[in-house]
Design a protein around this ligand. Sequence first.
Ligand code: PRP
Ligand code: URA
Length: 209
Amino acid sequence: MGHVHVLDHPLIQHKLTHIRDKSTGTKEFRELVDEVAMLMAFEITRNLPLQETTINTPVMEAKTKVLAGKKIGLIPILRAGLGMVDGVLQLIPAAKVGHVGLYRDPETLKPVEYYIKLPSDIEERELIVIDPMLATGGSANDAIHSLKKRGAKNIRLMCLIAAPEGVEVIKEEHPDVDIYLAALDEKLDEHAYIVPGLGDAGDRLFGTK
Ligand code: PRP
Ligand code: URA
């Protein structure tokens, strides 16, 4: 079964409070999401495997460590996932980025896929699916199915805030996927918004609505 990791680092929690606050405007919201994404990336990559290498320091030859194993791919779910990509890239600048375009139909609340463009070697990469909100779980679930259909094998999911309902969907449908969150909130409201949440992530990031 996939694990759920709530990243409780004080800086993440402090910044998330300002992200949630409705008086935080677009510019500050964007900057904070970027910063939290970077801090989350630091935690998420904590268990990446290392291998030994030998280098020459100015003093002597030394055995040290570099990252081993699979290369990383970031898969933001459009549109709101885009707001977290640059933050993660600050720590993992060589990652390739694939995009999955999904929106949640406001009537049915079901995700509709309208775009997909992925690195050609996703089956060899450690993929991090990125979306600020995991509400009903429909969008992330569809995105992960789409990636698996195209050969992806190692997937983690990274969200700012999740509802328990969304977490259950991913655990059920994708027991191989670990979930990394800044917060696990209380519930969904009748419009499938996360409570207390932060409102509409895409609208707050891009200043729409
Ligand atoms: C939001 C959010 C997730 C989705 C979560 O996107 O960014 O992708 O809703 O909801 P779910 O777990 O119930 O599927 P939205 O559909 O508003 O599209 P946008 O990013 O283009 O604004
Ligand atoms: N999408 C959002 O942007 N916010 C929510 O609370 C739920 C889905």
